[in-house]
Design a protein around this ligand. Structure first.
Ligand SMILES: [Zn+2]
Length: 392
C-alpha cells in the first residue's frame, strides 16, 4: 500500500511524512494519520487482507524454511484437531490467526520471516480467546477448549500468561517430568481449575518406574485384525404391542453389533495425531501402533474399545504428552477432566516403554513384547508377517 493511494481529501496533494499506524480490528486495517505538504492532517485506513499480506512471508522451523501458506496451516489444524473441531470452525480459527499475525506484527510491510513457533503460539492464543466468546454454544466452546489444550501440547513448550511468574514448560523428551508443570499451565490458563489441581499427587509406590525395552520389527510389520466390532445403540425404535383392546406404541433402545473392516491407515493416523509435534514423532507413532497390534495378535476380530484401551495403555508408557493428547480425543476430556488424568498419571506412574528399532529381534522368543501372556496363536501370526531376513 503506497502513500500515492491516499491523496489529501482537501487539496489532493500527497503526503509529506508518514506515521506509524495502528491496527483496528473492527476495520480490518491499519489506521494512520497522514499529513500532506500543505499541512492538512487526515486519517486513513489501509484495508488489509491478511492472507495477501503474508503472501511473501517465509516460515522458519527446525525442519527448514518454507513459504507461509494458508493451506499448510489448515492441514496442520486438521491433523491435530480434526476429531474435536469441525472444518468450519477450524477455518474460522485460521482466519483469526492470520488477522492476529498481521496485528501483532504491526508493520506496514509484511514480515520477511516468521518463526514457526510464533505461528503456533498465535494459534494457541486464538483458540483460548475464541472459546470465551459469549455467543458460542457450550458444545462449541468445549470443543474449542479441548482444541486449545490439544494444540498447545503439540508445541515444543507451553507458555504461561503474562501475569504468571512461571516462564514456561519445555515439552521435550518423553514429557513425564513435565507433568506437574503441565498441571500448573492448565491452572494458569483455566483459573477455575485451581482447586481441583491443588491436590499434590504423590506416587502410590516409590522408586523409579520399571522400563521395558521393546525390539521393534522393521517397517509396519505387525499382525493385523481383519474385523473391528463396535456396539451401536439406536434410541428411537418403536415397539408396537397389541393388547386385548388397543394398539400400544412405545420407544425402546436396541443394541446391535456393527462389524467393519480394520483399516490400518485410519488407525495409524489416529496414533500419529496423538504424537503430532512430539520429538521423534514418526518413529514413536509407528512403533506404538506396532506394539498395540502385537498386543492384540491372534484376535482376528477386535472390539474397537479394546483397540482404544490398548493404545491408551501403550501411550501412557511411551510419552506423557502424546498420552494426554490421545486422552483428550479418545476419552473426550475437557481441561477439567485432564487435571484428573494428570493427577492419576502422577499417582500411578506406568512402567515406561521404549522402542529399540535397531535390533529386529524374533518376537516369539522375547517376553517383553506384549503386556499379557503369550499364546501359541501369536507366534503363528508373527511368522506370516516377518521378512525373510527377520525369520530365524
Ligand atoms: Zn492537503
Amino acid at each position: 500500500m503506497t502513500d500515492a493511494q491516499f491523496p489529501c481529501p482537501e487539496c489532493g496533494e500527497h503526503l509529506a511524512g508518514s506515521q506509524r499506524g495502528r491496527w483496528v480490528a473492527g476495520l480490518q486495517g491499519i489506521r494512520r494519520d497522514r499529513g500532506c505538504k500543505r499541512g492538512h492532517v487526515y486519517p486513513t485506513v489501509e484495508r488489509i487482507v491478511p492472507r495477501d499480506f503474508l503472501r511473501n512471508t517465509r516460515i522458519v522451523a527446525v525442519s527448514g524454511t518454507r513459504p507461509y501458506s494458508t493451506d499448510q496451516l489448515q492441514s496442520d489444524l486438521s491433523l491435530k484437531l480434526a476429531p474435536v473441531l469441525s472444518k468450519e470452525t477450524r477455518n474460522a480459527v485460521v482466519d483469526r490467526v492470520e488477522i492476529q499475525l498481521v496485528q501483532d506484527w504491526g508493520g506496514r510491510r509484511a514480515p520477511k520471516v516468521l518463526q514457526a513457533s510464533t505461528v503456533s503460539r498465535t494459534v494457541v492464543g486464538v483458540l483460548r480467546d475464541f472459546a470465551d466468546e459469549r455467543q458460542l454454544s457450550k458444545r462449541v466452546a468445549d470443543a474449542l477448549r479441548r482444541s486449545h489444550v490439544l494444540y498447545a501440547l503439540s508445541q515444543e513448550s507451553l507458555e504461561f500468561s503474562e501475569a504468571s511468574k512461571h516462564s514456561g514448560v519445555s515439552l521435550r523428551g518423553d514429557g513425564f517430568k513435565a507433568l506437574p508443570e503441565i498441571l500448573d499451565w492448565l491452572v494458569d490458563q483455566y483459573p477455575r481449575l485451581k482447586e481441583a489441581a491443588a491436590r499434590r499427587a504423590t506416587p502410590h509406590y516409590t522408586g523409579a518406574p520399571r522400563t521395558d525395552r521393546w525390539h521393534t520389527l522393521r517397517g509396519d510389520a505387525a499382525p493385523r485384525p481383519t474385523t473391528l466390532l463396535r456396539r451401536v445403540v439406536t434410541e428411537h425404535h418403536t415397539v408396537l404391542n397389541l393388547t386385548e383392546h388397543e394398539l400400544e406404541a412405545h420407544q425402546a433402545r436396541t443394541e446391535n453389533w456393527e462389524a467393519f473392516p480394520f483399516d490400518y491407515q485410519i488407525y495409524a493416523r489416529s496414533v500419529r495425531r496423538a504424537f503430532a509435534g512430539r520429538p521423534n514423532y514418526d518413529h514413536l507413532a509407528r512403533y506404538s501402533a506396532q506394539w498395540v497390534l502385537f498386543a492384540l495378535a491372534g484376535q482376528d476380530t477386535v472390539r474397537v474399545s479394546d483397540l482404544v484401551a490398548m493404545t491408551t495403555q501403550c501411550l501412557r508408557r511411551v510419552d506423557a504428552v502424546a498420552s494426554l493428547r490421545w486422552a483428550v480425543i479418545a476419552k473426550n476430556l475437557t481441561p477439567a477432566a485432564l487435571v484428573t488424568e494428570i493427577l492419576g498419571m502422577l499417582e500411578w506412574p506406568a512402567p515406561r516403554l521404549t522402542f529399540e528399532s535397531d535390533a529386529a529381534a524374533d518376537m516369539r522368543t522375547t517376553n517383553q513384547m506384549v503386556p499379557g501372556e503369550q499364546t501359541e496363536t501369536q507366534g503363528l501370526h508373527v511368522v506370516t508377517v516377518l521378512d525373510e531376513t527377520d525369520a530365524p
